[in-house]
Design a protein around this ligand. Structure first.
Ligand code: NDP
Length: 401
């Protein structure tokens, strides 16, 4: 029987919700492109309820305990005295989320002698040292597509929010002001601007599709080019590399995974290639950008705005410069964990666990590492190596809080 260690974010400060704003979720048959939604044999939760926080337990307790397994759920994940680090030593399976990542560093892998499966209840397994997983034969899987559209919606919202200067203008309304000139001195139309995405995978392509009706000029760069029919349909300009694309764009959105090849791809040097007054929206991973270079670029006017919901490490320390830098539209990591998305990633987590325990193959599209190598979607989108360096900084949040 297995010990399953599950790390989830805390419940709301006013307690686990007992009521919700809406009564149900709209039904979706399949994802764009035809991939089916998760297909667990059963679920033990009500769709649309809070599943991603500790009391929600991803709706897994009944299923796991009735099959004789042990489930430990905690939000205490950082530092050597954390519940996570103590429970890890004999855990067979770790479930974690990008929103509140339990970093599986090389040191933690060395302690986790029984570990067989590192499961991401979401998308993006960069909080797991993939090289250690490869070397130790640990399977890494995530719930591909579960929240890609959730994030794409968020990207469009944040692009509009930055360009139109929504958040500062909203602040004036909240403060009781009517300062129109203050609201609009940094406000433009998106129409006719050039918007480029680094990566046109599930999220990147969904962003392009959603932006096309805004009459913008669309650009993208990706390791693999989209079909010609899609390029034509959306009138896309392809660039061979991010650095080739940056000079053409008023808005750049980052939608690629974090792996050693993409770490700090936006830095002091590459920022010199951006148009003055460009905007960046990054809901992919904080570490794609050099933290201090971004803050400086906002101060000196290289960038006109930066928004996103991803930081490094997570949670970000209270003194992280992105919390307070000029013209930022940052939020805690939340775009991929709407109540809608939670239902899908909880069901996908259950599907992967059922496959694992019953000895059935995990879907290829969910696999990142298996059998000592990158596998499935991981072989397509990731590179080998470790991107968790520096994650111990996350412990500072606890001390500051
Ligand atoms: P996909 O796997 O569908 O797309 C990723 C794309 O990135 C692929 O097209 C891949 O290219 C491309 N890519 C990888 N490396 C590079 C590179 N060096 N240069 C250019 N393109 C590259 O994933 P999703 O679109 O669903 O998600 C993307 C990322 O968004 C996730 O990895 C995660 O980090 C983040 N995310 C954030 C969430 C949030 O809540 N904020 C939620 C979900 C995801 P190819 O396959 O052609 O090699």
């Amino acid at each position: 029987m297995a010990k399953v260690l599950c790390v989830l974010y805390d419940d709301p400060i006013d307690g686990y919700p007992t009521t919700y704003a809406r009564d149900n979720l709209p039904k979706i048959d399949h994802y764009p492109g035809g991939q089916t939604l998760p297909t667990p044999k059963a679920i033990d939760f009500t769709p649309g309820t809070m599943l991603g926080s500790v009391s929600g337990e991803l709706g897994l307790r009944k299923y796991l305990e009735s099959n004789g397994h042990t489930l430990v759920v905690t939000s205490d994940k950082d530092g050597p005295d954390s519940v996570f680090e103590k429970e890890l030593v004999d855990a067979d399976i770790v479930i974690s989320q990008p929103f509140w990542p339990a970093y599986l560093t090389p040191e933690r892998f060395a302690k986790a002698k029984n570990l067989k499966l590192a499961l991401t209840a979401g998308i993006g397994s960069d909080h797991v040292d993939l090289q250690s997983a490869i070397d130790r034969g640990v399977t890494v899987a995530e719930v591909t597509y579960c929240n890609s559209i959730s994030v794409a919606e968020h990207v469009v919202m944040m692009i509009l929010g930055l360009v139109r200067n929504y958040l500062p203008a909203h602040d004036w309304a909240r403060k009781g002001g009517w300062n129109i000139a203050d609201c609009v001195k940094h406000s433009y139309d998106l129409e006719a601007m050039s918007v480029g995405t680094v990566a046109a995978g599930r999220i990147g392509l969904a962003v392009l599709r959603r932006l096309a009706p805004f009459d913008v000029k669309l650009h993208y760069t990706d390791r693999h080019r989209l079909p010609e029919s899609v390029e034509k349909e959306l009138n896309l300009t392809w660039h061979a590399s991010p650095t080739d694309m940056y000079p053409h764009c008023d808005v750049v959105t980052l939608n690629c995974p974090l792996h050693p090849e993409t770490e700090h791809m936006v830095n002091e040097e590459t920022l010199k290639l951006f148009k003055r007054g460009a905007y960046i929206v990054n809901t992919a991973r904080g570490k794609l950008c050099d933290r201090d270079a971004i803050a400086r670029a906002l101060e000196n006017g290289t960038l006109a705005g930066y928004a996103g919901d991803v930081w490094f490490p997570q949670p970000a320390p209270a003194d992280h410069p992105w919390r307070t830098m000029a013209w930022n539209g940052m939020t805690p990591h939340m775009s991929g964990t709407s109540l809608t998305a939670q239902t899908r990633y909880a069901a996908g987590t259950r599907e992967i666990l059922e496959c694992f325990f019953e000895g059935r193959p995990i879907r290829d599209e969910y696999l990142i590492v298996q059998g000592g190598n990158l596998a499935g979607v991981g072989a397509h989108s990731y590179s080998k190596g470790n991107a968790t360096g520096g994650s111990e900084e996350a412990g500072k949040f606890k001390k500051a809080g």
